[in-house]
Design a protein around this ligand. Structure first.
Ligand code: F6P
Length: 370
């Protein structure tokens, strides 16, 4: 058995929005800890909420057995609990408080030697700040948005792309039958990965992402051109983080608590109305929403999540903290959280993916230089 140099008890939490594959990571962390290193494991409930308010459970082999394929997270999560700006649930009018010292105290009282934080950029940024307060942290990059720097891909993304592609397939047949423009809005916050890759997989005629400036007239011209050549329907895939030409983001909600102060949503409805008005083609909008985060992970995500979980424990055993594990090429490597916190990995407008889509006639709402 490899030596762990004093690591005996590990804690694991899942923060931010859930996504398929989290349970596979929890399983891999706990099983690797138990089987390879003889470690005890503790689950912190509901993300950082559980660390602030000391809600923890022991995790044994049986607790993580059979969860590889389950969506969601057995530990619960929160995308609004922020230890450094903590506002209790349901008390939004309260002034935020710094409860990070409570997190350190609860971590120590539980006898933990390392905290695995499975989360997106919000969770990993908080984790990095907790590392500065002395908690040995290893992060695992989780989000359907695929926007975390230091890793080629996050787990959950592949499943969400699969869901988007399937949704587009279904919307294709109804768009075709009714001769409509169907606008499909994906999640992804300020990054266009989900719309780009999901849209390509579904054969979207137009893909609109935050990283490429668009002109509504160019989009409408692409729709009209399809009608002219006898294709009396169009599939338009738009990312929730796309701004209106005037008026900025379409905001679904504003929130007091947590890392993200706005929730995006609704650009698809606006775009469908614009297309209908400008082209006279009947249009409908479908906001895919949280369906993209639900259900069982794809085989690829199950394997990636397992690799991430195992690699995270290996980093902890080597006492390499304040890092996350990332996939770079074919290898899982440690990546300093310093360079990950508060960063976003966006689509490069001239990347190979975009070029491939353009080559098969996909319109991005701009006039590309050929
Ligand atoms: O970050 C993941 C994500 O699903 C985003 O794509 C989306 O904007 C956001 O979370 C939605 O958050 P909530 O679950 O709070 O509505």
């Amino acid at each position: 058995m490899p030596g762990t140099d004093s690591i005996e008890r590990i804690g694991v939490l899942t923060g931010g929005g859930d996504c398929p594959g989290i349970n596979a990571v929890i399983r891999a962390v706990v099983k690797t800890g138990l089987l390879d290193y003889g470690l005890e494991a503790v689950g912190i409930l509901d993300g950082f909420e559980g660390l602030v308010s000391n809600k923890m459970v022991e995790l044994d082999y049986e607790d993580v057995s059979g969860i590889l394929t389950q969506g969601g997270t057995i530990l619960g999560t929160s995308n609004s609990a922020h230890p450094f700006e903590y506002v209790p649930v349901g008390e939004d009018e309260r002034e935020p408080e710094d409860r990070s010292d409570d997190c350190v105290r609860h971590f120590e009282e539980a006898g933990l030697d390392v905290l695995f934080c499975i989360g997106g950029d919000g969770t990993l940024s908080i984790a990095h700040r907790l590392a500065a307060k002395g908690i040995p942290i290893v992060g695992v990059p989780k989000t359907i948005d695929n926007d975390i720097v230091g890793t080629d891909v996050t787990f959950g993304f592949d499943t969400a792309v699969q869901i988007i592609a399937e949704a587009i397939d279904r919307l294709h047949t109804t768009a075709m039958s009714h001769h409509r423009a169907m606008v499909i809005e994906t999640m992804g916050r300020y990054a266009g990965w989900l719309a780009l890759v999901g849209g390509m997989a579904g054969g979207g005629d137009v893909i609109v992402i935050p990283e490429i400036d668009y002109d509504m007239e160019i989009i409408c011209e692409a729709v009209r051109e399809r009608s002219r050549i006898g294709k009396r329907f169009s599939i338009v895939v738009v990312s929730e983080g796309v701004k209106r030409p005037k008026g900025g983001y379409v905001v679904r909600d504003r929130v007091e608590r947590g890392h993200e102060k706005i929730r995006l949503g609704g650009i698809g409805v606006w775009m469908a109305a614009e297309i209908e008005e400008r082209t006279s083609l009947e249009s409908r909008a479908v906001v895919l929403g949280h369906i993209q985060r639900g259900g069982t992970p794809t085989a690829r995500d199950r394997v990636l999540a397992t690799r991430f979980g195992q690699a995270a424990v290996v980093q902890a055993a080597g006492r390499n903290f304040d890092v996350m594990v990332g996939l770079q090429g074919a290898e899982i490597v440690p990546v300093s959280l310093e360079g990950v916190a508060d960063q976003q990995r966006l689509v490069q407008p001239d990347c190979q993916l975009v070029r491939a889509a353009r080559s098969v006639g996909t319109c991005f709402g701009d006039r590309p230089v050929r």
